[in-house]
Write a protein that binds this ligand. Structure first.
Ligand code: GLN
Length: 453
């Protein structure tokens, strides 16, 4: 098939089916076909990169020249970025075709895709259920075959949890492995871009081009990008897998736990050795995250003030009125909740009690992993406590929603890579298995995932 044919196939499916799923905020058919036909010329000339001509979707958190980048917020409904995110640019260099921009929770704050200004996304496996979040649009698009793969971002679980709920492979690389330049910041010390795809092999091919050292991102790490496909077929004989006892406690759905335990048996049969480990500060990761992430978001989102770009209120009386009304009208409830919590935690009188304390807890959480990786190579557990839940069932209770990420958040606090792969079904809904690796051990994680698949 030519790239134009493949691209047209996906565009036709999107036009026919996405009314149901709402996985895209913006589609770019004319641009996609122009990129596809340019890719076909490169392919005909020979020596084209591996991904040349492959269509993918980008989460609407990545800036794209000439195409709206909304972050699923009314605030940026009219925003057209004057530059491309580095990862968008990397894929353009490889001849990758962009099908459009996918739906998400507003500013990536959420676990259900219910906070989007453009409406919720439906889980293709069960349309009365959420696809997970915040990268719910990217996950639903791939699960419904409206894109072969999609980019996504993960601040506390936003790639791995939707991967689990939509039966996909999702990888969050090590902090600093992928450039954050042009990815609209939520919590800068936690945000990392990654991939949602059907298989670990697809994720490996896509990560090869997504990862790069970027001088435009001061936290980007200058380290060679290995060929992640080269080690996919390595044997797992002798791989030491740690199973943290804290990841199997109260709150874990017993059927989800049974699938994860069955996966452990599969790994044993592949030659891995299983070790019970402890990550003693696990129960502090959600509270620490919900101080640090809102604190950083309150600072990052202060740039959205109605002056420079984005939503501006009608007829402001004065500057204060302009700020207040533009922000009140532009941001949704969850975003406002985070800004309030974050501004409070950072305020002079409370900084030591909350923010500084949370940073110390973060250090302990990271140390748990550093200690564990002295004796194991990979850590294994569930991705989410239970399968996809029904719309509305957690949206009125922020704490219940925040606990969705109980197994994924610590990875971001520590900066480690994590991945989710499908490992079974509960009530016809997919279950995710999480693998956490040591710093920059993406190749090992993808190898372990590929052998399982
Ligand atoms: N669900 C978490 C939150 O709401 C994580 C989101 C994310 O990873 N972007 O903050």
């Amino acid at each position: 098939f030519s790239s134009v044919e493949v691209t047209q196939h996906y565009l036709d499916r999107i036009a026919r089916l996405d009314k149901t799923y709402n996985s895209y905020i913006t589609t770019t058919p004319a641009l996609a076909l122009a990129q596809a036909s340019a890719a076909d010329k490169r392919l005909a000339a020979g020596n084209a990169p591996a991904l040349c001509g492959v269509p993918i979707a980008h989460k609407d958190i990545f800036c794209t020249i000439g195409v709206r980048t909304s972050c699923a917020s009314k605030m940026l409904d009219n925003f057209i970025a004057p530059y491309n995110a580095t990862i968008v640019e990397n894929y353009l260099d490889s001849g990758v075709v962009m099908l459009g921009k996918t739906n998400m929770d507003e500013f990536a704050m959420g676990s259900s895709n219910e906070t989007s200004y453009y409406g919720p996304v439906k889980n293709p496996w069960a349309t009365d259920c959420v696809p997970g979040g915040s990268s719910g649009g990217s996950a639903a698009a791939v699960a419904a075959h409206l894109a072969p793969a999609a980019t996504a971002s993960d601040t506390g679980g936003s790639i791995r949890q939707p991967a689990a709920h939509c039966g996909l492979t999702g990888i969050k690389p090590t902090y600093g492995r992928v450039s954050r330049w042009g990815m609209i910041a939520f919590a800068s010390s936690l945000d990392q871009a990654g991939i949602l795809s059907r298989t670990a092999e697809d994720a490996a091919i896509l990560l090869n081009d997504m990862a790069s050292y970027d001088t435009k991102d001061s936290t980007s790490v200058d380290r060679e990008v290995p060929d992640y496909t080269a080690t996919l077929n390595d044997s797992l004989k002798g791989l030491r897998i740690g199973v943290p006892k804290e990841y199997f406690g109260e709150g874990l759905n017993p059927q989800t736990a049974a699938h994860v335990e069955a996966a452990i048996k599969v790994y044993e049969s592949l030659g891995a050795t299983i070790h019970s480990i402890s990550l003693p500060h696990t129960n502090l990761s959600v509270p620490a995250y919900y101080v640090i992430a809102p604190a950083e978001c309150s600072a990052n989102l202060s740039r959205m003030d109605g002056v420079r770009y984005g939503h501006r209120c009608e007829n402001p009386k004065d500057l204060n009125d302009l700020y207040m009304r533009s922000r009140s009208e532009g941001f949704g409830d969850e975003v406002k909740r985070r800004i309030l919590v974050g501004a409070y935690a950072l305020s002079a009188g409370y900084y030591d009690a909350y923010y500084s304390k949370a940073q110390k807890v973060r250090r302990l959480i990271k140390q748990d992993f550093v200690d564990a990786f002295q004796s194991v190579d990979v850590i294994l557990g569930p991705t989410s406590p239970s399968p996809a839940f029904q719309f509305g069932s957690k949206s009125k209770d922020p704490v219940a929603m925040y606990l969705e990420d109980i197994y994924t958040i610590a990875t971001n606090l520590a900066g480690l890579p994590g991945l989710s792969i499908p490992c079974g079904f509960v009530d016809s809904k997919p279950v995710g298995l999480q693998l956490i690796g040591n710093f920059f051990a993406e190749a090992q994680l993808l190898n372990a995932a590929h052998q399982f698949q």
